[in-house]
Ligand binder design. Structure first.
Ligand code: SF4
Length: 267
């Protein structure tokens, strides 16, 4: 296997919210966005390296065989992933590459996807959509499902809350669907920011155009990010927010279903 190395800050085995079936989710470090509510701030490159989980200690592996860290070898990671092949087979699950933004480490990402394809392991890529289209083209044939996070349709709001324009994201989303990729749109519902009447209206009308869209996942606000920001000594700019009640999420889901879309509440 190639000598490729990647920067991984966490791995979650037996994940059930990052695509179909039982999955292993791999978290790549580095992201071009700076979302105010980021649920994985440890993916940021300005956070200290001590934010890596001490997986080498957990697994009593020599440092060169870490599956978490700045220089994880492809071979080691694939051996780790393959441990759960039986569960992927039984549940139609597989591997999800998340982050951070996985397309920032395109060579390593492609290496993982290729190795999974060779072993018959299903693949999903969870992306912010913020990457040059050529990178999506490069991996498209190797990805069974793209989980594309859409946040705010108003560009100035998007720029304010994530640090970047949404132009490239929406273009890539459109390109992926037109190219025949399986796409699930993931919509994080951040109270007063992305769950506003204006944004829900804009999202329903934008997504309602895509009959081919597999699914929409409405993600209720998760307070986990707040604690992580505190622990990392970073300012959590949205302030203390409350997770939406179930009936509130149901009301939002109804709006998307009325537009003819399949919706799931949760990952
Ligand atoms: S795109 Fe995801 S990982 Fe990147 S800053 Fe936003 S929430 Fe965090």
């Amino acid at each position: 296997m190639s000598a490729l190395k990647g920067d991984i800050f966490d791995i979650k085995r037996f994940a059930i919210h990052d695509g179909p079936g039982i999955r292993t989710t791999i978290f790549f470090r580095g992201c071009p966005l700076l979302c105010w509510w980021c649920h994985n701030p440890e993916a940021r490159v300005d956070c200290g390296r001590e934010t890596y989980r001490k997986r080498s200690v957990d697994l009593t592996l020599p440092a060169s065989d870490n599956v978490i860290g700045p220089e994880v070898r492809l071979e080691t990671l694939i051996a780790e992933i393959s441990r759960d092949s039986i569960f992927y087979d039984q549940s139609q699950g597989g591997v999800t590459v998340s982050g951070g933004e996985p397309l920032m480490q395109i060579d390593f990402l492609e290496g993982i996807l290729l190795a999974c394809r060779e072993r018959g392991i299903g693949t999903a890529v969870d992306t912010s959509g913020y990457a040059p289209w050529e990178k999506f083209e490069r991996i498209m044939e190797l990805v069974d499902l793209f989980l594309v996070d859409l946040k705010l349709l108003d560009d100035s709001q998007h720029e304010k809350y994530t640090g970047v324009s949404n132009g490239m994201i929406l273009e890539n989303f459109d390109n992926l669907i037109k190219a025949g990729a399986s796409v699930c749109a993931r919509l994080p519902m951040i109270p007063g920011i992305t769950d506003t009447e204006e944004n829900i209206e804009a999202l329903t009308s934008f997504l309602g155009r895509y009959e081919e869209l597999e699914l929409i996942s409405l993600l209720p606000y998760n307070r986990l990010g707040e604690d992580k920001f505190d622990r990392l000594g970073l300012e959590y700019r949205p302030g203390r927010l409350k997770t939406q009640a179930q009936d509130e999420m149901r009301g939002i889901a109804d709006r998307f279903e009325e537009a003819g879309l399949s919706v799931r509440i949760g990952g």
